[in-house]
Ligand binder design. Structure first.
Ligand SMILES: Nc1ncnc2c1ncn2[C@@H]1O[C@H](COP(=O)(O)OP(=O)(O)OP(=O)(O)O)[C@@H](O)[C@H]1O
Length: 284
């Protein structure tokens, strides 16, 4: 299901003296199956954008279409919500059941599985998000850590087998290893199930590593939209809105200075740099 936004504007908080344009005439097309990172400074409009995109927030003006469904109609929104999994910035708002097991099982309800198959499937999904089923299934959402709760919320979403996953900072509050685990899991799901993934990230190195498109929001507008391989040509603009170079980009600058040669623009990952340098030094 492709996602189309046309001229979307949004105002927070509407009809109050404090009205502020959170989105300003945004148009974007996300083809089905893309893995997209949404980036931008704090308060730039990222959450408003993804919530508007999936019909959780009605826009002030403009048109949103998911697949062939226009989201201005309630019936269409209900139809689309069966295909969209949304992970909020605050997973504690999303995990409502009394146990971890029941939360994930809730997402499987529509499948009409036998009790035995349901138990098996919950176990598979919990293990897929890195939670040992035996240890976690009977715990209350109040008995797990913030990072674990994020995984539980993600498990509940994955259980419903969405075609589109929209995730608000899925790695917030996680340590380095946990972040890599979640992102690798998302990448794996994306490849295996060919689903669309849009996620908000504050980490450029992760967006470069995992996504295939980076959309940058600033003051409610899309100011950059590029493939990660274009990062070095786009960086001048990104710097103006507060982006900081990753260690890899700094290393590339340093090599250009030391070797007095322009490094190929396509290089933005460590393994590409290593291949290039081994060829250059004839050690291939
Ligand atoms: N419910 C609300 N009421 C009033 N203003 C709001 C509301 N939600 C968001 N805003 C304002 O709208 C703007 C965009 O907010 P949004 O949450 O979309 O930004 P963001 O880029 O996701 O920020 P962050 O990185 O901090 O999550 C901000 O200026 C914010 O203060």
């Amino acid at each position: 299901m492709d996602i189309f936004l046309e001229n979307i504007s949004s105002i927070h908080p509407l009809n109050t003296p404090f009205e502020k344009k959170a989105l300003n005439r945004i148009s974007i097309h996300i083809p089905s199956g893309q893995f997209v990172a949404i980036m931008g400074a704090v308060g730039s409009g990222k959450t408003t954008l993804i919530q508007t995109m999936c019909g959780l927030l009605p826009p002030l003006s403009g048109d949103i279409k998911i697949g062939s469904y226009r989201l201005n109609k309630k019936a269409n929104r209900n139809r689309v919500w069966k295909e969209v999994g949304y992970l909020s910035q605050f997973p504690e708002h999303q995990v409502m059941e009394d146990t971890v097991f029941n939360h994930v099982a809730e997402g499987l309800n529509h499948l009409g599985l036998t009790r035995e198959r349901l138990t098996e499937r919950v176990k598979e999904i919990l293990e897929a998000v890195g939670l040992c089923s035996n240890r976690f299934k009977d715990l209350s959402p109040f008995q797990v850590s913030g990072g674990e709760l994020r995984r539980v919320a993600l498990a509940g979403i994955l259980a419903a087998e969405p075609k589109i996953l929209i995730l608000d900072e899925p790695t917030a509050g996680l340590d380095g290893l946990e972040r890599l685990r979640i992102l690798s899991l998302l990448k794996q799901i994306h490849i295996e199930n060919k689903i669309t993934i849009l996620y908000i990230s504050h980490r450029l190195e992760e967006a470069l590593e995992y996504s295939e498109r980076i959309v940058v929001v600033d003051h409610g507008q899309i100011v950059e939209d590029f493939h990660p391989s274009e990062i070095r040509t786009r960086f001048r603009n990104l710097e103006k809105i507060g982006f900081v170079k990753t260690p890899m980009l700094r290393l590339m600058d340093l090599l250009e200075k030391r070797l007095s040669r322009n490094m190929p623009r396509y290089i933005y990952k460590e393994e590409q740099l290593v291949s290039y340098l081994t060829k250059l030094t004839g050690r291939d």
